[in-house]
Design a protein. Structure first.
Length: 524
């Protein structure tokens, strides 16, 4: 047999083996996944990446043992021509459970993403560590390995990657046990409504230990983690929607901490006057309005990618563009709890601010809040500690920060929204309706003049007079501009986009300071 014939025979054999390995656990198990309305690991990768761009690593691991890839597909490809590393756990092979080789591949693809300075995307679908019968324990047992790079310590490389490269996770099917900790260490988590579940211990274990009966959806479904716990950031309707939203999110982000997000072509006039803002926001501080409508008027083409939209709705965070450049928006939402700041909103706000600071994304703060939500519940839930997280994040952040005070900010909220000097907010603007004070006029007058009001011949007239005096002292934005330098200008509402555009252009070359010490000790 000629050398050419031998080579061709080996090539043909390689193709057959690779094709078989690409089927994972086989057609029957693939069909089973499809019957549940789910894609396979490789189908998910193909749906996410640019067509034909995927390069797989170690497809043939354990193919001779009938477990090709050991339950995980890893490699790299492109999204909108940007390189990403990624993995997808394969439920058709040993249920996607994490054995030794699975863990090695999982760790190494994270490590490669960090070393190459590209985002890592995790398509998770695993019940956690593989349970091995005692008589079979050995090289396949994730708990009986001496190698330092395995699934049990992927959390280590997640932590090393934090703030270095964007880390994005999506949850498919049921992810349990140790398989949920790696996503929890990443920057963003996507879940599919009515399909995705995350929990440490499942319903059967809970019932056996506590007797409590709970469904998977009530324990750790997308609704729970997007609206109640805040563990997840995005809830989507389908797997295909998930991939579209991951691609959209990635467009706002840089490849790594040393780069800025790519500037996008801007078809919206950066100097545009947002005339609707003059009528969208009521001048009365007690009337609610939807801050999202304000955001849509300000940003390029009204395109806003909201993060944690269903959690702590009293504050809005997310990504947008102004003049083609990515920005992070942090805005109070008067439609919910009057825009008060809470334990939950503090967690949401602080984490988002820190992400933007990690990845060179300027912050735009839209301020309209009466302060921190009062009450025993908030105090006992440690609002002091959680509120301090926001102060820490704002003080730590060195990216450009621009704040706009729309109507009111009272008490400690002026600190938590970066309005007062000393928090490194570079530029602060106020609308003519702006109020800054220890509290609102009604609350202040009630606190300081309660006895006088009660004794006055005309209690209501006396109260209204004092409220007017208070507003003239603290709620007159022109008087404020005359007395302080930290408010850089009083602007008309429709000028807001124009001022933000010019401010961000000015701050583009801002020098960023380095802190002393290894890192701070954030009040966690």
């Amino acid at each position: 047999m000629s050398d050419n014939s031998v080579m061709q025979e080996k090539i043909d054999h390689l193709r057959r083996v690779k094709a078989a390995a690409a089927l994972g656990g086989g057609q029957e198990k693939i069909d089973k996944e499809h019957s549940k309305g789910r894609l396979t690991a490789r189908e998910r990768i193909d749906a996410l990446l640019d067509e034909g761009s995927f390069v797989e690593f170690n497809r043939l691991i354990k193919h001779q043992e009938g477990a090709p890839g050991d339950g995980i597909v890893t490699g790299h490809g492109t999204i909108n021509n940007r390189i990403v590393c990624l993995y997808a756990q394969d439920a058709t092979v040993l249920g996607g459970s994490q054995g030794y080789m699975h863990g090695r591949k999982l760790y190494k693809i994270h490590e490669m993403a960090m070393n190459m300075g590209v985002p890592i995307i995790a398509l998770n679908n695993s019940p956690g560590a593989r349970v091995v019968r005692p008589e079979l324990a050995g090289s396949d047992d994730p708990y009986r390995v001496s190698d330092e790079k395995h699934a049990g310590v992927v959390f280590y490389v997640n932590t090393l990657s934090s703030g270095v490269i964007p880390q994005i996770a999506a949850i498919f099917g049921n992810c349990t046990g140790g398989s949920v900790y790696s996503p929890a260490l990443m920057d963003f988590i996507f879940m599919v409504d009515k399909e995705s579940h995350m929990f440490i211990t499942g319903p059967k274990v809970i019932k056996s230990v506590t007797g409590e009966e709970v469904s998977m959806a009530d324990l750790g479904g997308a609704e729970v983690h997007c609206a109640k716990t805040g563990v997840a950031d995005f809830k989507v309707e389908s797997e295909l929607d998930c991939f579209a939203e991951i691609r959209r999110l990635l467009d706002f982000l840089p490849d790594n901490w040393q780069k800025a997000p790519n500037r996008q072509k801007n078809e919206d006039d950066p100097e545009r006057l947002a005339d609707r803002l003059n009528e969208l926001v009521p001048s009365s501080t007690s009337k609610a309005y939807d801050m999202r409508k304000v955001i849509n008027e300000i940003v390029d083409m009204g395109d806003f990618c909201e993060v944690k939209a269903e959690f702590a709705k009293e504050i809005i965070v997310g990504f947008a563009r102004i003049d083609g450049e990515s920005v992070g928006i942090v805005a109070n939402q008067p439609m919910v709890k009057a825009g008060c700041m809470t334990v939950e909103s503090s967690l949401k706000q602080a984490r988002f601010i820190r992400f933007c600071d990690c990845f060179n994304i300027p912050l735009v703060l839209l301020v309209d809040t009466p302060g921190y939500l009062p009450g025993k519940g908030q105090e006992h839930a440690a609002i002091i500690t959680h509120g301090a997280k926001v102060l820490y994040a704002l003080s730590e952040a060195t990216v450009p920060k621009v704040a706009v005070l729309l109507r009111k900010v009272y008490g400690g909220a002026a600190l938590g929204m970066g309005i007062l000097p000393g928090f490194g907010t570079d530029l602060i603007y106020a609308w003519p309706t702006a109020e800054i004070g220890a509290m609102g006029a009604k609350q202040a007058v009630g606190l300081f003049y309660s006895k006088e009001i009660e004794a006055a011949p005309d209690p209501e007239g006396f109260r209204l007079t004092k409220e007017t005096e208070y507003r003239n002292l603290y709620a007159d934005s022109l008087a404020l501009a005359s007395q302080v330098t930290y408010v850089h200008d009083i602007i008309e509402p429709n000028e807001t986009r124009r001022y933000l555009t010019r401010s961000l252009r000015l701050l583009r070359g801002k020098a960023r300071r380095k802190r002393l010490g290894h890192h701070g000790n954030m009040p966690l």
